[in-house]
Design a protein around this ligand. Structure first.
Ligand code: HEC
Length: 391
């Protein structure tokens, strides 16, 4: 089910170039977007009721409701990649909206074809996409309590994810914390690990709250089930939080101010990281990510935007927030297309190429399909200085 990032990047570019003519006022956009989001919320609550339960999902009486809800989500996400419809200029919105929409297309098709188990796996992953957009940073509304929730038995992790997907962040944190503290029944290591990642992401990016972050980290340190490597990570997280607590909260929300702040946090993260996928620098990566999204929101066409795309890609290469899709590759590719034939494009290409090679490398070597090879070669040409591609 691997998604082809270049299709996303291509569509992104197309939609970005022919939109300026049909601008809506920011207010109109906001109202339409909120309405769409509210519809996503009611549909998701209903859909997860069926999807979370084996029994309900397999009961033929529920088939048509499940299909209808999947179709509804499909329709609602249909123009999420159209930049004239989205509330801010961060390319993350069309990138994530696009991947979500095409996954829903798959789910709807598979349901119709009777491949229900496969469709269910995709539908269960939907909250992850809502979360990817909603936890970029502090922007957007937060709700203390919305009336609807999926009925039936969800695990605490699933409830936390539903609440995050619907921007009820305080309720989500309670669920995640219950898993981290081990007080939720039947907690496996996967749920535990995932709850830590999500709780940290909310505390750091959405709440921007060092005290809440510290509480989460201390719970990891105290946990009887934490493996040693995780406790080691948590010790480093704790010292990163302590440094954060000492910082003054000066803010310069200009493009340059944000860029300087993001670059500083990325340097810190790189000082701490011992190997490429080391998670001990997560506090800094998450903080940098929030600032980078803010930069892309404030100045999506600014001078710093291409480099912000590269840095966001690096952050997501470590975080890997949506397991099935190589989100970071889309940022690298978007960077190349934004500033072709420049030194920065070459750096973005190198990261892209390395990631693709790793993705196609297994125990028997590297096997790049011909269309991937061709795409790499096109991107490489696009990244190199123009003189290098003429001969
Ligand atoms: C492409 C990114 C993206 C995806 C995917 C997405 N959202 Fe949103 N959502 C946003 C943004 C951005 C806002 C805040 C807009 C603003 O700044 O006011 C928002 C706001 C909301 C709101 C608040 C609406 C209001 O103003 O009353 C709800 C509820 C919501 N989303 C639910 C969902 C659910 C449920 C899903 C998944 C099925 C989802 N969203 C998927 C980007 C996204």
């Amino acid at each position: 089910m691997k998604y082809y990032p270049w299709i996303v990047a291509g569509i992104l570019l197309l939609t970005q170039t022919h939109v300026e003519s049909a601008e809506m006022s920011p207010n109109e956009k906001g109202v339409l977007w909120s309405q769409k989001m509210q519809d996503l919320y009611t549909t998701l609550a209903d859909l997860l009721t069926d999807v979370a339960s084996d029994q309900r999902f397999k009961n033929p009486k529920n088939y048509s409701r499940i299909q209808n809800n999947a179709n509804k989500l499909l329709t609602l996400t249909h123009d999420m990649d159209r930049s004239e419809k989205i509330p801010d200029g961060d390319p993350t919105l069309p990138i994530v909206g696009n991947i979500l929409h095409s996954n829903l297309e798959q789910a709807a098709t598979q349901l119709k074809a009777g491949n229900r188990a496969y469709a269910r796996t995709i539908l269960r992953s939907v909250p992850g996409y809502c979360i990817a957009c909603h936890t970029r940073n502090m922007s957007g509304p937060q709700f203390s309590k919305l009336p609807l929730a999926p009925k039936g038995k969800l695990s605490p992790l699933e409830r936390g994810e539903f609440f995050t997907a619907t921007r009820q962040f305080d309720r989500a944190q309670k669920e995640f914390l219950s898993v981290i503290q081990g007080s939720a029944e039947g907690t496996g290591i996967w749920d535990w690990d995932s709850s830590i990642r999500q709780a940290l992401s909310i505390a750091i990016r959405v709440k921007k709250d060092p005290d809440q972050t510290k509480e989460i980290v201390q719970n990891v340190l105290k946990s009887p089930i934490a493996p040693t490597f995780m406790k080691d990570d948590a010790k480093t997280w704790l010292s990163s939080v302590q440094e954060w607590q000492k910082e003054s909260s000066r803010r310069t929300p200009t493009e340059d101010g944000l860029y300087i702040e993001a670059a500083r946090l990325m340097d810190k993260a790189r000082e701490i990281q011992k190997y490429p996928m080391d998670r001990s620098a997560d506090v800094y990566f998450l903080r940098a990510g929030a600032v980078l999204h803010e930069l892309l929101q404030v100045a999506p066409k600014g001078q710093r935007a291409p480099e912000a795309l590269l840095l966001t890609g690096i952050v997501y290469e470590v975080m890997n927030p949506i397991q099935t899709d190589n989100l970071h590759e889309i940022y690298y590719e978007t960077c190349i297309r934004k500033v072709p034939h420049t030194a920065l494009a070459e750096v973005c290409y190198q990261r892209y190429e390395k990631s693709v090679y790793l993705g196609y490398t297994g125990s028997s070597g590297t096997h790049l399909p011909p269309e991937v090879r061709k795409h790499l070669s096109n991107l490489q040409k696009l990244s190199q200085p123009e003189s290098a591609t003429k001969n």
